[in-house]
Design a protein around this ligand. Structure first.
Ligand SMILES: [Zn+2]
Length: 617
């Protein structure tokens, strides 16, 4: 049961605001800044089981009859290969590993998300977002087209070949293919016939020692070949990072520059996880004004394959436990509550299996503590505890279904402090307290039968304006009675920052399941708090109104588990360091599977590595 005490837990505060506290005593010039802007991601502590029955909350229930036949088979680690003695052998090894990875992932259909910000130069703040775009879909890693057909002139074919085919989108029309091209260097022709590999040096990426190679396409090896640099870990010789572009570009096409990172999420394989793209030159006199930066994230590798056979997903009818000891029929009110819970469970399970919700985990403990603080200080006693879950996507949104509050990863990322988190959660808690439950139609299980990619067409939790107004009013009452009452200035600042950027960030503010925080460039959530607090001053270094994306929550791309990022604070030295709501490059701290276990001091590759630089084929 709930603890009837509110608390700012030390751990919670540290976790939620390590990146950008605004210490009361901040006379100091530089506050602690949004730390590493890139999500520091590493292999999880616990072993993500390659064979687990997906990531649904129901996975634990072994009575779930419908073991999905389309669940990808567990992945066995690759055979151990003899240690190389020459750099030439290292090249052979990583080519072989790359082909092995392509094969092993060929039956996977992970979720892929790209969030892009177009940039314009601001004389004071440098390049800042001028507009944005958002893409979400499933990536079919199993493209099996005959490569020869596509090596000719056909540009569309080449895209397919490079990408592995970009499948259906979650109701968002765009061609985001380009941003995920670098999941592999070259899907079909990564070999010595098409490329020259030159060893450059050794380098650590995080905890992982790597051999660095430059990769150049051989003359006349075809268009759209990888050109750049790769980092190969020196234990199993998997590629862990790719950085570069593709060349030569086909007519009327354009290849982005990309920096692609992989994580060691399953034994023996490094799985494509993050891709950062950036274009633009803001130096004086440059004519080409094309400028953007984009983050592509891939997750949900362990989701069951969302293929055609699977369009009618079997959803378990949740067996709600009858908690009354006496065998009685439910009263009308009890029946209503059980019904709502069934709907809630259905929705949570369905969103999880679609790769949109993280399984319950660490982040929820923090969210629940904040909700608990609001409840306890307002004497709210609900028949069922309020639960929370993390929506895995970037757009800033919250919604609730039954007694579950859902908040997006992107929104948690940009909130500057715990009070702001409490504010956005309080709006949903208010809906629950006021009985604004929208989800009950989902207690009918036929409503769960749709394909993953049509989730947004089949689910929605948007309230009517009257309920929104009522929830905001109630939320402010809740906040004023809560431990956050003295910190609402920070909430006001956040809302001001959001208002300043809202016209340029319409994609980030376009919600897909819940009500929008802003519409038509105007913030409409908790507006009564928006005038609270000091004036927004971007040049004031100790005023952190909102954070960049990616600094708080990290997602395990294999099992979708969410956890808080642990980063050391980094001092802000100029207004350009603040980057509110912005995307930044990725720089995950790489670690081997089974994290925390340091790599063996003496890798079996010393001989190879010492062979020194030099072109190896
Ligand atoms: Zn609402």
């Amino acid at each position: 049961m709930r603890t009837w005490k509110w608390m700012f837990t030390a751990g919670l505060l540290a976790a939620i605001s390590a990146a950008a506290q605004q210490p009361a005593d901040s006379q100091a010039q530089a506050t602690q800044a949004p730390a590493a802007q890139a999500p520091v991601t590493q292999a999880p502590e616990s072993q993500p089981s390659g064979q687990a029955v997906a990531t649904t909350g129901a996975a634990a229930n072994s009575s779930v009859a419908d073991v999905k036949s389309s669940q990808p088979a567990p992945i066995a680690p690759p055979a151990v290969l003899p240690a190389p003695t020459t750099m030439d052998q290292v090249v052979s090894l990583f080519i072989e590993r790359e082909h092995g990875l392509i094969k092993v992932l060929s039956n996977r259909t992970p979720v892929v998300e790209t969030y892009l910000q177009n940039l314009a130069a601001d004389p004071q703040l440098g390049p800042i977002p001028s507009e944005d775009h958002y893409f979400l879909g499933r990536l079919d890693m199993g493209e099996t087209v005959d490569r020869k057909d596509y090596l000719k002139e056909e540009e569309k074919g080449m895209q397919t070949r490079l990408l592995g085919g970009f499948q259906k989108l979650y109701k968002i029309q765009y061609q985001p293919t380009g941003f995920s091209w670098m999941v592999y260097a070259d899907r079909t022709d990564f070999d010595r016939e098409h490329y020259d590999f030159s060893y450059i040096r050794r380098e650590f990426l995080g905890d992982v020692r790597c051999l660095v190679f430059d990769v150049k396409p051989k003359p006349k090896s075809g268009r759209g070949r990888f050109l750049g640099r790769i980092w190969v870990e020196d234990q199993d010789y998997n590629i862990v990072r790719l950085n570069g572009t593709y060349a030569p570009a086909p007519r009327n096409s354009y290849f982005f520059h990309m920096d692609a990172w992989r994580l060691n999420l399953i034994p023996g394989y490094w799985v494509p996880s993050f891709i950062y793209s950036e274009e633009g030159d803001f130096s004086a006199g440059v004519k080409n004004k094309t400028a953007f930066k984009a983050q592509t994230r891939i997750w949900g590798y362990d989701l069951k394959k969302g293929g055609k056979d699977d369009e009618l997903t079997n959803i378990r009818v949740d067996s709600v436990q009858d908690s009354s000891t006496a065998a009685q029929d439910a009263s009308p009110l009890q029946a209503e509550r059980v019904w709502q819970q069934q709907a809630e469970d259905n929705v949570i399970e369905r969103l999880t299996s679609a790769g949109l919700l993280a399984p319950e985990g660490d982040v929820d403990h923090i969210l629940q503590t904040v909700v608990n603080n609001l409840e306890v200080t307002n004497n709210i006693d609900l028949p069922r505890p309020v639960r929370t879950r993390v929506l895995l996507t970037a757009p800033l949104e919250t919604f609730s279904v039954g007694n579950t509050i859902i908040i997006s990863r992107g929104l948690i990322d940009v909130l500057p402090d715990e009070a702001s988190l409490a504010a956005v959660l309080s709006h949903e808690l208010a809906h629950i307290v006021l009985g604004h439950n929208l989800g009950s139609k989902y207690a009918f299980n036929d409503r769960m039968l749709f394909s993953d990619d049509s989730t947004y067409e089949n689910m929605g939790f948007r309230h009517i304006p009257e309920e929104e107004t009522a929830a905001d009013k109630k939320a402010i009452d809740l906040l004023k009675n809560s431990p956050y009452a003295q910190k609402l200035d920070n909430v006001g600042l956040f809302l001001k920052a959001l208002q300043t950027k809202a016209p340029q960030l319409s994609a980030l503010l376009t919600t897909h399941l819940g009500n929008a925080l802003a519409e038509g460039g105007t913030v409409n959530r908790l507006t009564a708090l928006a005038s609270q607090g000091p004036a927004l001053d971007l040049n004031k270094l100790d005023q952190i109104a909102a954070l960049p994306l990616g600094g708080r929550v990290k997602i395990n791309p294999w099992d979708d588990k969410a956890e808080m990022v642990k980063t050391a604070p980094v001092a802000i030295t100029s207004a350009r360091d603040k980057m509110p709501f912005e995307v930044t490059p990725f720089y995950p701290r790489l670690a081997r599977f089974g994290a925390g276990v340091p790599a063996p001091a003496a890798a079996p590759t010393t001989a190879a590595a010492n062979t020194g630089a030099g072109s190896s084929n």
